[in-house]
Design a protein around this ligand. Structure first.
Ligand code: FMN
Length: 360
């Protein structure tokens, strides 16, 4: 099964399944000399952890990270960093009833079609549990980016048809939905509660912004910065749409409304009057903040009775019990931030090779 590695220089490989013994990640290409501890990694894993509130899956995982290699006396050595996160609360018997039935909206059918074998327990490798490795690796990238004053933050901007109207960055981590608009908390929380009571789920939109990003990241033509972000975000389970800057709304606009006008230079940085491009021109960052958005589908595991088929094609009724996120959005925020941080750092390290001036 290839496709488990991400990045060119700061390269991560995640491993493990939802109901296996443990999951983890190997980070290769991390520069030596970074002071980092398990505490730094744990901070990010705790933001992604299940069971954080009534709006997330009630699976109880401490997600305690253990660093196995690559860090000596609290400092990275330049050798591969290996991190392990045990699975402590997997209840595989919840999945026995549909061992041979393909759950609608899940990867069960497509994994079986491709490999002829699948780990039915909790979705195996297709489970969102896999992303603990990405978040652990992203925590290292985040710490390096902090030394460069680059900061990425995400928030839930929409749940169902309810949209946030204000962005209060200080409020995001203070509420269980990770929304930036306090006035919407009750309404959005009630919506999630009501769909859950109906044995259903609900989708939403997440926005991620990166500030302090230098101009010049990303490479023409197949490694454009936006293409790499799209790959990073679309690789998260449940993502159904991705946009940069004004995104899909440009389809109904005029050039005069969309073009960002350059208005001068300050401290060597070009100033724009707007940021409709989301910080990227020609696949290369322009010094403006990166702004991206993505749509998450409603959770596929719903407790309503649904029809599906088994591996022999026979129609069956199934009810997906077990513990599930009624809305994927709140927990997807730290995962998306991690993926964006991985892209940013990888592109920054690649830039060290972009001109002879930076090599010698
Ligand atoms: C943070 C997060 C949590 C998720 N939790 C669940 C869950 O509890 N139940 C579920 O059915 N899917 C969950 N998913 C989505 C599945 O992983 C995903 O829908 C499935 O693997 C099929 O992949 P696809 O939707 O990309 O086609 C979650 C995704 C994310 C990002």
């Amino acid at each position: 099964m290839p496709g488990n590695s991400f990045g060119n220089i700061f390269k991560i490989t995640t491993w493990g399944e939802s109901h296996g013994k443990a999951l983890g990640v190997i980070v290769d290409g991390c520069p030596a000399g970074l002071k980092i501890s398990e505490k730094d990694i744990q901070l990010e894993l705790d933001r992604r952890r299940p069971g954080q509130s009534k709006y997330t899956t009630q699976r109880k995982e401490a997600d305690k990270v253990e660093i196995l290699s690559g860090i000596f006396n609290g400092t990275t050595t330049g050798t591969p960093i290996s991190m392990l996160i045990p699975n402590a609360d997997a209840i595989s018997k919840s999945y026995e009833n549909f061992k041979d039935i393909y759950r609608p909206g899940h990867a069960d059918l497509s994994y079986d079609e491709k490999y002829g074998i699948r780990d039915h327990r909790g979705g195996g490798r297709s489970s969102n549990r896999e992303t603990v490795g990405r978040v652990a690796a992203g925590a290292i990238a985040k710490k390096i980016l902090k030394t460069m004053k680059i900061k990425t933050f995400g928030f839930v901007s929409q749940i169902g048809n309810l949209k946030c109207e204000k962005i209060d960055a200080n409020y995001i981590e203070k509420n269980p939905l990770r929304i930036p608009d306090k006035s919407k908390l009750k309404e959005m929380g009630d919506l999630i509660d009501s769909v859950r009571k109906q044995g259903d789920s609900i989708g939403g939109i997440i926005e991620v912004r990166s500030v302090g990003v230098p101009a010049g990241l990303g490479s023409p033509v197949f490694e454009k910065f936006d293409a790499r972000l799209a790959s990073a975000i679309m690789g998260i389970g449940g993502v159904r749409g991705f946009e940069i800057g004004l995104g899909f709304s440009v389809a109904s606009m005029k050039g005069s409304q969309v073009n960002d006008i350059m208005v001068g230079k300050s401290k060597g940085k070009v100033k724009f009057d707007t940021n409709n491009a989301g910080g990227i021109l020609g696949g290369i960052t322009n010094g403006n903040d990166i702004i991206l958005r993505f749509a998450l589908k409603p959770t596929s595991s719903i407790s309503q009775i649904q029809k599906s088929i088994n591996s022999k094609g026979k129609v069956k009724n199934l009810q997906v019990k077990g513990r599930h996120d009624p809305c994927l959005c709140p927990r997807a925020v730290p995962i998306a931030e991690a993926m964006v941080n991985l892209v940013l750092l990888d592109c920054i390290l690649e830039n060290k090779l972009s001109t002879l001036k930076k090599i010698v």
